[in-house]
Design a protein around this ligand. Structure first.
Ligand SMILES: [Zn+2]
Length: 366
């Protein structure tokens, strides 16, 4: 099938497509409306849920989009396309698995074209225990001022200093310092927040009500911005446990990567969303991954994120510059081209069918 028509140009359009597709398929729908924030066009912001398959099934497949706001164009397109995919829906029925799609976990970032949420927090660094000491980030502290200088584009002397830091420490150390997650600079990049965000609370409530009484949970969280164009890297998500990582490889193949052993293009990060399942549904066996699609080279995505954060810290920036930075963010994390969408959807569909087959198989063998 041609997936392209199911991808959108704005958050509002994406949500409309999702709601229409869910209604068309007779999905059970629900929504959490953001209590205080609005979208870029003044629209309501919400996390929307669509559930298909047997609600009493012992296994749940959870598909989430928009954890990183602007990356939601990809995950939303995949969710909507799946709701139009007869073969996928037939497989769900046959397997006796319940499928829950959560659309736009971070609707503020999706609508306002930014990775972070309304608190400038990275939702995928927000699932830490805020009552305990937070992970330190000494390397980020060294380069915070260079990543986000007072002026944009960054002055040459500042870029020279940043280049020297990268040369001395290496590219991987730089990526880890920037993207690992930090809790000390509320105006900085990859900031994990100071408290559980609204989206965090919503997701936890959904896990409690939809997953905690089931035996097994499969979870695919859609992302973009790392790796070769159109390639979906299957990044294991969960705790550093050999049995859990092994099960993810059984489900999705030996190409599943992990930042615990350095096999992923992602740096090791703290506070990822799948951590919520361990506390909200402790008796449910979880097998989870982030499906991370490549768009453009890392230098380009990082530069777009730096500009976006600079803009966040400089609301006085001229309208033209604001527009250019936002446009670059969208275009960097969403390749608005038919061939990319086709590649993305094919891999998403395969991963979902693999997960459903495994959830059904495990049921049969129990
Ligand atoms: Zn992401």
């Amino acid at each position: 099938m041609n997936a392209s028509p199911h991808f959108a140009q704005t958050y509002a359009e994406a949500r409309d497509k999702f709601l229409a597709a869910g209604a068309d398929r007779g999905a059970r729908m629900f929504r959490d409306v953001h209590p205080s924030e609005r979208g870029v066009q003044g629209e309501e912001l919400s996390i929307d849920g669509a559930k298909i398959g047997d609600d009493n099934a012992p296994a749940l497949l959870l598909l989430t989009s928009g954890t990183h706001g602007v990356e939601g164009f990809c995950g939303s397109g995949c969710q909507v396309a799946l709701l139009h995919d007869d073969a996928f829906l037939a497989a769900v029925e046959r397997a006796d698995v319940c499928v829950l799609m959560l659309h736009a976990l971070n609707p503020y970032g999706f609508s306002h074209l930014q990775r972070t949420n309304e608190d400038n927090a990275d939702l995928n660094r927000n699932f830490v225990d805020f009552s305990s000491p937070l992970p330190p980030s000494p390397a980020y502290a060294e380069i915070h001022g260079l990543l986000l200088p007072a002026a944009w584009p960054p002055p040459q002397d500042s870029e020279t200093k940043l280049g020297a830091w990268i040369k001395a420490r290496g590219d991987r150390a730089f990526q880890a310092a920037v993207s690992g997650g930090q809790y000390a600079f509320p105006d900085g990049m990859f900031y994990g927040g100071s408290h559980p965000s609204w989206s965090n609370a919503c997701l936890r409530a959904v896990l409690r009500t939809q997953a905690s009484s089931r035996q097994r949970l499969g979870w695919i969280d859609f992302h973009t911005g790392l790796g070769p164009r159109g390639h979906g890297e299957k990044i294991y998500s969960g705790r550093d446990d050999p049995a859990d990582i092994g099960r993810a490889k059984t489900w999705w193949g030996s190409e599943v990567t992990s930042f615990f052993d350095g096999s992923s293009t992602s740096a090791r990060v703290s506070g990822v969303i799948s951590a919520a399942a361990y506390t909200e549904c402790p008796r449910t066996e979880m097998t989870a991954m982030a499906l991370e699609y490549g768009t453009y080279p890392l230098e380009q995505t990082l530069q777009a994120l730096r500009a976006g954060h600079w803009l966040h810290n400089h609301p006085e920036a001229p309208a033209k510059q604001r527009e250019e930075i936002k446009r670059a963010l969208r275009d960097t994390f969403y390749v608005d081209a038919d061939d990319w969408k086709a590649m993305v959807y094919e891999q998403a569909r395969d991963a979902c069918l693999q997960a459903i087959a495994q959830l059904a198989t495990e049921r049969a063998s129990n």
